[in-house]
Design a protein around this ligand. Structure first.
Ligand code: NAP
Ligand code: GFB
Length: 316
């Protein structure tokens, strides 16, 4: 059987590690996986990136690399996030065409959907309005990946597709208190509150709603998309709608996992961001009716356990 060489851009991040953990239970002998980080090449640099294609000769690419920030930083840096992400995507996808890569799976995000929309959101609604203003630089860069997938398919017959995950968390996340997304931020804050016997501060009102997916579940689903999903059009990969929870609920699960019993304070000077972005997984269920997500409580406990054990070296 011919060897499949799968090159994963952004392979050193949260989702890259989710795929690596998922592969531990689902290795195929004819697949060779290469997980890249920014140390291998700056993907904005076409010549440096070309050397990676020459070196590894990938038959398949999972394109995860992106510059991601939490809500407050997105708001301050929409311009940078638009430019950097467009530069990376342009170089990677065009080289995939040049090197005749058989299939590319890129990663979008549920924050790309219009802010003012009826819920639940589905894959057909991406272009029905502007994304939330806190996020529009990053979101428009991501929308352009879907546009590129279609034009490269129409014009050159490339099989480029994409997945749209909701908020992700798990081991190897960015647990920075200022730059991390909400779940790793809450986990780091709960760790410090418990250790130093301090109040636990939630940004905003805690009322916004989010769907969360465990990085290992997402890893399993991305592997399925790479091997089996036939469409160019994107597919939402998210928790079931019924499992959407408020930021306050997520906080309760995190502090329980730490056994923290101290005071909880809301800093309402901090933005709530988008109130909700509830996404439907009807399309995923049509393909995979029996897929079982890890319960959020269990996934949080596993992530907290990982963070405790790896506190010194975790990205924070
Ligand atoms: P992450 O942990 O921040 O990792 C980002 C990855 O991109 C790292 O491997 C990083 O390399 C690499 N990278 C960044 N800039 C680069 C550059 N100029 N050249 C080469 N590599 C570069 O991200 P993640 O959370 O795993 O996200 C993966 C994908 O999922 C992204 O496309 C993101 O937009 C999407 N997504 C994430 C979330 C979420 O909640 N995290 C939700 C929805 C969608 P280094 O490790 O060397 O820095
Ligand atoms: O994950 P997050 O930063 O962004 O979550 P989005 C923001 C929500 O969690 C807001 C509240 O309502 C915040 O006020 N929150 C409470 C906190 N405490 C914290 C905390 O300690 N840290 C953080 N970060 N938030 C993200 C995008 O949007 O969605 C990313 O910014 C990515 O780029 C991701 O696309 C999927 O969920 O609003």
């Amino acid at each position: 059987m011919a060897e499949t060489v799968i090159m994963v851009t952004g392979g050193s991040g949260l989702v890259g590690h989710g795929i690596q953990l998922a592969l531990e239970e689902d290795k195929k002998p004819n697949e060779k996986w290469i997980f890249l980080s920014s140390k291998d090449a700056d993907l904005r640099d076409r010549e440096a990136t070309k050397l990676l294609f020459e070196k590894y000769n990938p038959t398949h690419v999972i394109h995860l690399a992106a510059v991601i920030k939490a809500l407050s930083n997105n708001m301050e840096d929409n311009c940078k996030l638009l430019r950097v992400n467009c530069q990376i995507n342009d170089v990677v996808l065009d080289l995939c065409k040049e090197y005749k890569v058989q299939k590319v799976v890129s990663c979008l995000s549920t924050c790309i959907f219009p802010d003012k929309i009826t819920y639940p959101i589905d894959e057909t609604l991406i272009y029905n309005g502007s994304p939330h203003s806190s996020n529009y630089g990053y979101s428009f860069a991501k929308r352009m990946v879907d546009v590129m997938n279609h034009v490269y398919n129409d014009q050159y017959g490339c099989h480029f597709t994409s997945v749209i995950p909701c908020n992700i968390f798990g081991p190897h996340d960015n647990f920075s208190l200022t730059e991390g997304n909400v779940m790793p931020g809450l986990i780091h804050k709960a760790y410090l509150a418990k250790r130093d016997d301090q109040p636990f501060v939630i940004c905003g009102t805690g009322k916004p709603l989010r769907q969360f997916i465990y990085s290992v579940d997402l890893g399993r689903l991305i592997i399925w998309v790479l091997r089996e999903y036939p469409e160019i059009k994107p597919i939402i990969l998210a928790a079931d709608e019924k499992d959407e929870i408020s930021i306050r609920d997520a906080t309760e699960l995190v502090i329980k996992a730490f056994g923290y019993k101290g005071k909880i304070v809301h800093d309402v000077s901090k933005s709530d961001g988008q109130f909700r972005k509830t996404a439907s997984i009807a399309k995923l269920r049509k393909y995979l009716p029996d897929f079982k997500f890890t319960p959020t409580k269990q996934a949080i406990e596993e992530t907290v356990d990982w963070f405790r054990k790896n506190y010194e070296t975790a990205k924070k």
